[in-house]
Design a protein around this ligand. Sequence first.
Ligand SMILES: Nc1nc2c(ncn2[C@@H]2O[C@H](COP(=O)(O)OP(=O)(O)O)[C@@H](O)[C@H]2O)c(=O)[nH]1
Ligand SMILES: [Mg+2]
Length: 612
Amino acid sequence: MSLETALESLKVLFKDKPDALTVFDLKSINSEYLKDKLREEKLFTSPINLWVTGRTGAGKTSLGNSLLDSKIMKSTGNIDCTDFVGFFKLGENLRYYDVPGYASDGSYENINRVALLMPQIEEEDADPPALKMEDTDTFPVKDFSDCKSPKDKPEIETVNVGQWQSPEQQKYVAPDVIVYVNAPHMQFLQPDTKYLRQILQTWKTRKTPCIIIPALNLFEKDGKSLSTPENLEDAKTRIAKIYQKVCGDEWHSPIIEINSEKGTGIEQLTDLICQILPQEKIGNMQQVLKDDLKQHAEKEHVNRYYRTLCLIAGRLARYTSDKKLDGQNLYQAAASAISSYGVMTFKGADAVTEIKTQLDSIAEQVEQVEKSRQEDITKTENVMGEKDITHVVPKTEDVEIEYEESHIEMKKETVNETIWVPEAVKEERKTQHLVEVEKTRTKERGKFSPARLFGSTTYEKDYIDHETRTLTHDEMVIKQVEKNVSRDQFIPEVVKELKTRTENRIVGYEEEVIDTVQVVVAQVDKVVGTKHLKGGYPVIEFLVGLGLAMKHFCHDDSPDFSISMSHGNLIAEQKLSKLKSKIEQLMNDPNGEPELIRLLEKALVNKENNIC
Ligand SMILES: Nc1nc2c(ncn2[C@@H]2O[C@H](COP(=O)(O)OP(=O)(O)O)[C@@H](O)[C@H]2O)c(=O)[nH]1
Ligand SMILES: [Mg+2]
């Protein structure tokens, strides 16, 4: 983006303030100052009548409105919208007279002509026909002096031609200065030549001195002049020719360039008025023009520049650093725009090319500022790795094991033993037997036995006795006889045998991998994007510093821009650092922009002594 286009691109962001970034020149400041003075103060010692005339649509009414700083006199743009003589007082002693134009409606034109004491036109073929006004014919005169807004109605007086043109009336209304307004983009045509010649002739021959100042109204649309250089040149040549023809060498007024809508050119106009009018009339206007205006203009010039700077910095710092403007980074575009704005303000548009080579260092600084307004967005990311899933399994081995095995074996053995065997043996056996033997025994009688009474005390009694008799006989008896015998016998015997066998034995435990899975092995912060912060204080400090540097570079004719840049940065820091926290606070307030801009203005624009 070139320096020239940067400013235009930046304007996109200031749609709500269309005039914000227009590069003002001293001329417009002077005009504004003068307009204020003319409106408010008693600059002229005695009343001065300033008349404007010209073709319909040339911008007469607009110029008046611009002086009033209001659209009090209706200027609709319609052809022939003015069918009266209008006037208003500016300050104490200046009266501005507006009239209908020429070259459209002939009857209205005749109001112009009678008001300015010119010969009338009579064109019956015209549509509508131009009717000549008689002395008794009337026209309205509207006084807008007390109107404060377009809604206010002017005081209307109807005057007749004879009355108006009478010396008594002319004493009050006759022009001291007539501004002949011509719009070059409409081309200078025959009616223009005719009218200008007539008005010059009219006032040349009158006793009361009056000067007619030719003014070219340079219409602008969207900041561009509507008239081509050829239009301008043509108008100038033709006007000069007419002046020369009518006035000869008597007086040549310079042709001034104005813009009715903006009111530029007032300074030159006022200056001319002061040169032409007798000293007793102009009073302290001269001083206003020479000293006050110059001083004011210098201050105001810088002040406005600072205000624009505050506006740009205040607004742009509230955007985030990723915003683009015409494809370029916002802060880069802003830096270019401020650079060209500074140069255009202090040196004029032509000087923009001069600065280009000096600006490399700015790009670097902007980059630094941009970087400071960016933060990495990080995301914690898992680092994956493989992990084995194991379980513990016994570890077995084939082991040779020795063991004893016993078994019973039957062993044959010859055993000698004594055995008892039964044997039939004859044996003499004596046996005792009881045998019954009959015996007799004497027994005493019982006392009460009847035999006793007869004298026998005893008696004889038989009885059986048992007597033992031994009998001998042979008897075969079985007797156990000892006998030595040998016999084979099988004895069980435990036989041990050493054996080996292979046994699968657990010899330990080991981990066995049963699966492998992906697991988080670590976490790392990874940059996944960039967070763009609002410009904030750093951007404000940089943009303001750059603006101050531009002024330094242009004013002091510094040979090296980097010296100016250091100067600018230093002053910006001095002026702004104490406001840092307040600035950051306003940055976060959704409605903080106006307050922020005010704050910056307060810091930079010192009303009394505003040149940093
Ligand atoms: N774009 C543009 N329009 C203008 C300019 N000066 C005057 N006009 C317009 O031109 C039209 C005629 O202006 P006006 O003042 O009424 O002309 P008058 O007939 O001489 O009084 C109006 O619509 C004005 O707004 C200018 O510099 N630029
Ligand atoms: Mg008009």
